[in-house]
Ligand binder design. Structure first.
Ligand code: SF4
Ligand code: SF4
Length: 127
């Protein structure tokens, strides 16, 4: 049985999903990331992650971004693509998990309203 065709195009999107403030990392994600980067687990955790506000969960560090306020520090802010694609965490692999992406629907609607196929509709997350 063939899988359903997706109704979104990440190559036409500025990567809203990478602006989500809490990009959770499991132990398995951390090990995979360390291996991908060729660094020790300890150094990877220290350099690229931080604890969430409750101090319980490891999350990706962010950095400033012109469109969304902040984005995952592994997003290339020019090309809007993931720089660690093969080493990205499970949560990124699974998203959006459906045929449609809500962010992309929003983007398409804004582009349609403005009659501008290249418009980048902004959202803003607090860093
Ligand atoms: S927000 Fe949706 S369409 Fe945009 S990059 Fe992420 S998954 Fe792809
Ligand atoms: S790891 Fe890659 S796909 Fe996941 S949020 Fe960061 S830049 Fe986006």
């Amino acid at each position: 049985m063939s899988s359903p065709k997706t109704r979104y195009n990440c190559e036409r999107c500025p990567a809203y999903c990478c602006s989500y403030p809490v990009i959770e990392l499991t132990k398995k994600d951390l090990r995979r990331l360390a291996k991908h980067l060729g660094l020790s687990l300890k150094r990877t955790v220290k350099k690229f992650t931080e604890l969430d506000d409750e101090g319980k969960t490891r999350i990706m560090r962010h950095r400033r971004d012109e469109h969304f306020g902040s984005v995952c520090r592994f997003l290339d802010r020019e090309t809007r693509s993931c720089t660690i694609y093969e080493g990205r965490p499970e949560i990124c692999r699974d998203f959006p998990g459906t045929v449609r992406c809500g962010y992309y629907e929003f983007l398409k609607f804004e582009r349609y309203l403005l009659k501008d196929p290249d418009h980048v509709a902004t959202t803003y997350n607090q860093p």
